[in-house]
Every structure is written in C-alpha cells, then in structure tokens.
Design a binder for this molecule. Sequence first.
Ligand code: NAI
Length: 483
Amino acid sequence: MKIAVAKGDGIGPEIMDAVLKIFAANKVPLEYEFVEMGKWVFDKGHSNGMTKLAKDTIESLGILFKGPMETPKGKGVKSINVTARKTWNTYSNKRDFRTLHGVDTVFSKAGIPIDITVVRENIEDTYGGIEHMLTHDVALSRRFITRPGSLQVIRYAFEMAKLKNARRITCGHKANIMKITDGLFLECFREVAKEYPELKADDVIIDDLCMKLVTRPDQFDVVVLTNLQGDIVSDLCAGLVGGLGFAPSANIGDHISIFEAVHGTAPDIAGKNIANPTALLLSGIAMLRHLGLTENASVIENALLYTLEKGVHTGDFGDKNIPAVNTTAFADAIIANLGQKPEIGARDIMPNKPGTPKPLHLDANPMMVSKEEENEKIVGVDFFIESDEQPSAIAEKCERHAGVKFNLINISNRGTQVWPTGSVYTNLVNQYNVRFESIDASPLNQQDIIGLYVSLSGNFKICSHELLNQWGDKKAFSLAQGQ
Ligand code: NAI
C-alpha cells in the first residue's frame, strides 16, 4: 500500500521523521510518496498551498498523512488545512481523547478515566468562509448546515460508536437558539438514531455540554457536533487529557482521508528537536487501523503507552523530576519498547487485514440531494437594507412599495424586532432586515420578488435578500426576536 505524506512546516518535519522512524522499526508495510504542500509552496506562488502533482498524487492514492502547515498571514490565502479537508470532502473529523497513563492531569489524579471520541462535521457551518461587509459597520457570515452533509457525518459517528462498543452517543448543538440550522442537524441526528436502537443516543445543548465535559468527562463516550462547535469542544477535550501534544485527528471521507495532529506548527519551538511527536504518532496509529494494519497499530500504541508509563517525556509534559528527552530520543525510546505492553490500557494484538482501497476514480462531482418537499411555495422575502433612519421612517417608505401583492410584516435590526413593536432601548446599526410576506399567504414567484426589489431600491441600498419559503404548513425561515 502506498500513501501520500506531507511533512508540513515548523515542527512538522521533525515529528514526521520521528513517526516514520517508528513505523520503519515496526516494519509497517507502507510505501510513502512525499508531496509538496505547505507554507513554502504558497511562497513559491501556488495559491492553494500545494502543487498540481501533490493534488494528483493524493487523489490517486486516497490517503494523506500530513504534518501541521502554516497559513501565510495577511495574504488573503485560505488555510491549506481547511482547503484540503473541504476539497476532498473529508466530512468527518474524528478525534480520540483518552487518559494516557504517565500523562498527569487533574482527572487522572482524581482517578476519573476519560475515553471520549469527538466527531466534528468538517465541511460546512461558518467554515465556508463566505463573509461580506454589508455596510461599513456590519459583517455577515453565512452558515451552511445541510441535510446530506449532516447525515453523512452523523451516520459516520454512529458507525464509529458501534465499532467502539460505545455506551452512549451525544449530539451537541444550539438548536434552542439556531432553530433552523442546528435544528436541522439535531433532526438528522434523531433520524439516524432510530437506525441504531442498541445505542443510547441523546443530545445536550452546547454550553451545558462544555460544563458537563469539564466536570464529568467520564460520562461521555462519542460526541457529534457541527463544525465550529466541534472545533471548540475538541480542543476542550484535548485539554482534559493533557493538551494538544496528545490530540490526534482523522479527517474521513468516502474517497480520500487525511490523518494529522490537532496542533499547529509550533513556530516557537520549531527546529529545536524538542517537539512532542505523540499526537502525530496517535494520528498515524489511527491511520494504520483505518488501513486494516491493526497489528502494527496495536504494537506501536502499546510501545507508546509503555514508554509514557515509564515516565519518558518531552519538555511539554510529564514529571519535572525526570529530565525531558528530545524528539529523536523520545522516538528511540518507543522503538526500544516495541513488543512491550503497558500495565493500563494495553491494546489486543489483532492480525493485519489490509482493507481493499475504494475505487478512487470519479467522473463527475457527486451530487447529494435528499427528497424534495411537496407543496413548496415562496410566501415572502427578507430584504437586508442599509439605512440609518428610525424604524418608523423606514416602515413608512417600505409600505409605499408593498403594492397589492405584499404586506410589510416587520422590521428587525441585528435580529431584534424594532417595528411594528419594539423598544427604544434597542440599539441600532445601519443595517435592517425588512420582511415582506404575500397577502393571504398566496404563492409568489421570483418576478414578484424582483418587482419589489426594483421598487424598494428607489429608496434604499439593498445589501442582500432571502426568499421566504414554505413547505406545506412548515415555514422555512426564522422569526425575529420579539416577532
Ligand atoms: P500551535 O498548536 O502550533 O502551538 C500552540 C502552543 O502549543 C505553542 O506553545 C507550541 O509550542 C505548543 N505545541 C504545539 N504542538 C506541540 C508539540 N507537538 N509539542 C510540544 N509543544 C507543542 O498553535 P498556533 O501557535 O496557534 O499556530 C501556529 C501555526 O500553526 C499557525 O500558522 C496556524 O495556522 C498553524 N496551524 C496548523 C494546523 C494544522 O496544520 N492542522 C492546526 C493549527 C494551527
């Protein structure tokens, strides 16, 4: 089997060399194709941070093992890490956080074991980076949560929970506030949960989840979340088990998967040979399991756990009474311990069963569409307009444009209704949402909306607009606070 390897920037080459040395010592049956990705590739003028050859190689091999990569600041380029995850649709980001014997934390000292897997949606949410300044004062970010995208990651989380023999799978969300976006994610979770009656599936609001994770982390097993919330919660969980040096990550897609550490390039310690390679090694071990190389994975993991138990540590963790070793010496200690088993948490050695790689060639982009609703109609429109007038003055002008097809329903500012009712204590910014609905909820067409757009533009600068859809009796839009 051949995989693509990118060493990365900063501490990347040091920790990747350490991990590949351990793989070689354990005779891991993998060949490596080294590819050009990272800051130095940006600097050479490749705007997406990788060469064409790197892209083609990764697409033909299907597996990328990568070190951390730096995104050049202030050049308007997008993060290579995010681009890679999104381009190749690695829709699930899986991060395992386990108590490691030898890595002291408040929980290990209190005898509270942690074994949490965070599955984070990896493509959607605010990470699309679709952002605009609507006025000089108002920035808008679009947050996409889709049904097919949510189902993909949630199904993966349930399958993974089954493999892990998990007792519980929890959906973290903020559906009480973001009723449509997080509401859709939660709805998908509940739908998929019905296919797995043997698993205890529940949901916890994200703020409560954070509080519970730091007080009773042992009560959680698998947690699935949308992208941004998952990003934050996974770093929180990394903190529970000893920090970023111990946080591995697998970005799983149907065709291409990427394995990397959670941490970045650590520029403050780069080139000093003192970085902790554990997170990248744990990511590599997850990759070996993904490829069916279970025996290599368990032998190496046991050697790592044994080494940690013996107190061997790099400078970023461990018993301060035992001198720290450097990256190379840490890797050599693990190599010397290949074949040893730790007292706690030893993995059973299962023979390798290399998986058959999935066919990688695609002729067209996969289109994911779920069922269309019947009785779809447009019942109104939200216009986002720039204005520094008072709400009543805006309403007076808008009503003049409503004509015979529309009613002006309400006006809100930063999501709070300010007309027809509201409070003078609501601070305003120079961007309003004016909502028109059709008279008697009769269906509208796009020409009706364009007619209103043109008319309204005589009085206001329209920054953007959104159609108000209705499917059967279900309104596909949120109400303003106070509406
Ligand atoms: P960072 O994770 O690189 O460093 C944060 C702190 O943790 C630093 O004090 C660093 O020395 C320490 N640290 C991180 N990994 C360590 C290790 N293996 N051993 C010992 N100490 C370690 O985060 P920061 O400074 O915010 O980001 C630096 C660069 O990394 C940025 O350019 C950022 O864009 C990039 N980055 C890349 C990621 C990736 O490739 N997946 C993920 C996160 C950041």
